[in-house]
Structure formats: C-alpha cells, structure tokens
Design a protein around this ligand. Structure first.
Ligand SMILES: NC(=O)c1ccc[n+]([C@@H]2O[C@H](COP(=O)([O-])OP(=O)(O)OC[C@H]3O[C@@H](n4cnc5c(N)ncnc54)[C@H](O)[C@@H]3O)[C@@H](O)[C@H]2O)c1
Length: 378
C-alpha cells in the first residue's frame, strides 16, 4: 500500500480532531493510501512537542514554512485560524503538496480566490474540511433528496447556535478579532450552515442579512483588567434565495444560552420533509407525503445500519458514533481521492463559493438590502 506523509499545522482543537482521524482511518476503513503522521507544527515548542506525543506524530516543528517545503511531506493539513490559511495553502500548493484546509477557506473573497488560483495552477489535490457533510445522517439526507423523495425543494431552514460567549467576562480570543477570524458567528458557524445548504439544496444566488455585536468590549486574554474592542459579529441571520427557486433562512450565533452545538437544518419539499440536529447526530427525522394518512407523521430513522453511509466500517446497528467520526470520514474520502488522483468535495471551489455567500451577507447587512451573490468565476 502507498503511504502518504502528513504535516499538520495547528495542534489545538482541530489539530486534535484531525490527528485522531489520521490515527483511526486505516484501522476502521481500508483506504488505498495509508497516512503516516510525519510532523505536527505549531508556534510554541513545548506545547507542540507535547501534542506530538499525545496525538502520535513522529516529529514536532515550529516553523510551518520549512515544514511545507519538506520533501518527505505529501499532505499539508491547515488547522490554524483563518488569517494564516491563505499564506500556508499557497506555499503548500507551490511546493506541490495536497492541501487540506479547515473552514472557512479564508478571511476574505480575495484570499479565497488567490488560494483557488494557486491550487489550480499547481494542479494539486485540494479539500476543505466541512466535516458535517460526512455525518451518516446528512449523507442519507443527500441521498433521499437525490432520489427525489422530497420532491421539489422549497425551504431550507438552517440554524447553528452556541453559547460560549454569553458571559461578558469571556475574553477577547482570536475568534472575536476580525483580523484573525475574518468574521464572527458568520464565518465560524454560518459557513457550515451555508455549506450544508449548498450541498443539499444548491447554489445560493441572493441574500439579505443582519449582523449584530451585542457585547462590544471584552477583557483581553492576557490582561483581564483591560478591555479591547470586539470586531466581529456575535450573531448573524440571513434570508437566502437558491438558484433552483427554493428559499431559506440561516441563523448563527454564539449567544444562545443552553445551545451548545445546535447545528440543525430542516428541509421541506413538495413530497416530504427532513430534519437533522448535530446534537442527535445519529438520527434523521423524515416525513413523506406518500405514506398512508392514518399513520403518516414525522419519524426518526436511526442512521446506524450497515447500509447507511460510512456506518459499515464502525459498529453494529444502534451502536452510535460521534463528532470525531465525521473527521475520520472526511480524511478517508481525501485519501481515496488521492488514490484515484481526483478532486474530493468540498474543495477550494466550494470554499470560494461559500466565501462569496458570506461576503454577500456582510454587504447586505451593511447596506440593509438584498444583495446578489457574486457569480463564481473559474
Ligand atoms: N470543521 C469544524 O467543525 C471546525 C471546528 C472548529 C474550528 N474549525 C476551524 O479550524 C481552524 C482552527 O480552529 P481551532 O478551533 O482548531 O483553533 P485553536 O485556537 O484551537 O487552534 C489553533 C492552532 O493554530 C496554531 N497556530 C496559530 N497561528 C499559527 C501559525 N502562524 N503557525 C503555526 N500554527 C499556528 C495555534 O498554535 C493552535 O495550535 C479555524 O479555521 C476554524 O474555523 C473548524
């Protein structure tokens, strides 16, 4: 079996999730190329060394530029905040590496365009980590829609709600700084909701949007006596119109007490509906008009049968899977794409399209009117 050497940049939240995926993928799936966890990179030596040991990487490094240039690296995995995605991805593409990048692709459309141009010019394989596509229940939703079970799609209702910044004393971390994160709940959470909308329903062509920052100043992380300005949205809402005639609503916030990772969507078509909630990610709610009226109603499919997407590799029916499995599925699909020498999805094209929608929502919010999503230029 061919081995591909992986370099992972970033060792914290996503660093841990991606490390787990590389470690597990060949134990449960049978990818035709096997990932070797060659080197993990971060800025703080002691922490990255500890991460290498804990997650199972062969080496630890502190300079991503030298890591990306290494001959013994095939895949560069970018799990850093958005302000470094473009620079690392472009350097990795120029060095001929497969580029696997966390969402949102970039902090601006301009950066996203440059990243796509770089991977296309270098003709390297690229992928964007919108891992929620790979929850088995979401893939089942995709199959049901593709099979026409919902008929013509009319509504997409996507919400992504969290509550970790409700406390005004929560510090000004990088996710609250526009220069580092690009935007707030919009790019962090709505980017996922938009990706699921595009995946399941189709392209978004027009939006109206609203962004709100409720708590405008917060304590600085390293000096809690002093406060700094929050430069991103705490919450984002949008009305959207799809190219196929469907309409939708998108809501993302980190200000919804009690909602921890409430990534939920409901889709209504002419022949049925379906609903998904990440906090109950092994389930898909469905309703089909064609069923007998007396017993018709929303019902819950436990998406743990061997016939369901990805499930056969794991456990017997009813033995549920969790958050980390979505990353293992994503990495498996990346490895299979490498084996076939083809582009996996979502990739940087999806990243640019997603960024165009985020950008349109920001412009619509600022201008307080409907805005057309810029047409995608290849
Ligand atoms: N797919 C998902 O569900 C999901 C979930 C959370 C975060 N994310 C995305 O993942 C990315 C990282 O988020 P996170 O939550 O892991 O952040 P984090 O703050 O937990 O970790 C960021 C890591 O990047 C490292 N880093 C920062 N700048 C660096 C640089 N210049 N060179 C080398 N390393 C650097 C930090 O040391 C840290 O290890 C973001 O783009 C975020 O939007 C995706």
């Amino acid at each position: 079996m061919t081995t591909v050497n992986v370099a992972l940049i970033g060792y914290a939240f996503m660093g841990k999730a991606h490390s787990n995926a590389y470690r597990q993928v060949s134990r449960f799936f049978r990818p035709r190329v096997d990932p070797r966890m060659r080197v993990i990179c971060g800025r703080t030596k002691a922490s990255v060394v500890a991460a290498a040991r804990a997650y199972g990487w062969e080496e630890a490094a502190t300079d991503w530029r030298s890591v990306v240039a290494r001959k013994d690296v095939d895949i560069v995995d970018i799990s850093t905040p958005g302000d470094s995605h473009a620079e690392i991805a472009i350097a990795a593409a120029r060095a001929g590496k497969v580029v696997f990048c966390e969402k949102p692709l970039a902090n601006s459309v301009r950066e996203a365009d440059r990243m796509l141009a770089a991977v296309q010019k270098a003709r390297v394989i690229h992928m964007l980590c919108h891992n929620y596509r790979r929850a088995p229940a979401v893939m089942l939703a995709k199959q049901l829609i593709g099979d026409g079970r919902l008929g013509e799609i009319r509504h997409y209702r996507g919400t992504y709600l969290q509550d970790w910044i409700v406390d005004p004393q929560f510090p000004l971390v990088w996710r609250l700084d526009r220069a580092r994160a690009g935007s707030g709940a919009l790019g962090d959470l709505a980017a996922h909701t938009i990706d699921l909308a595009r995946f399941l329903v189709g392209e978004i062509v027009e939006v109206a949007g609203h962004l709100e920052t409720f708590i405008k100043q917060r304590p600085l992380p390293d000096n809690r006596q002093k406060k700094g300005r929050v430069t991103v949205d705490d919450a984002a809402t949008a009305l959207v119109r799809f190219a196929n005639g469907a309409i939708g609503t998108i809501e993302a916030t980190r200000m919804a007490p009690g909602r921890k990772n409430f990534n939920r969507f409901e889709i209504n078509g002419s022949r049925g509906s379906l609903a998904f909630d990440l906090e109950r990610m092994n389930e898909l709610e469905v309703y089909f008009e064609a069923e007998p009226a007396a017993t018709r109603g929303f019902r819950r499919i436990l998406v743990t049968e061997a016939s369901h997407p990805y499930v056969k590799a794991w456990w017997p029916p009813g033995h549920i899977i969790g958050y980390e499995h979505t990353f293992t599925h994503t990495v498996f699909d990346l490895l299979e794409a490498i084996a076939d020498d083809r582009l996996p999805e979502p990739n940087f094209v999806d990243g640019v399209r997603n960024q165009l929608v985020l950008d349109a929502i920001e412009r619509a919010a600022k201008q307080r009117r409907w805005v057309a999503v810029r047409r995608f230029r290849t």
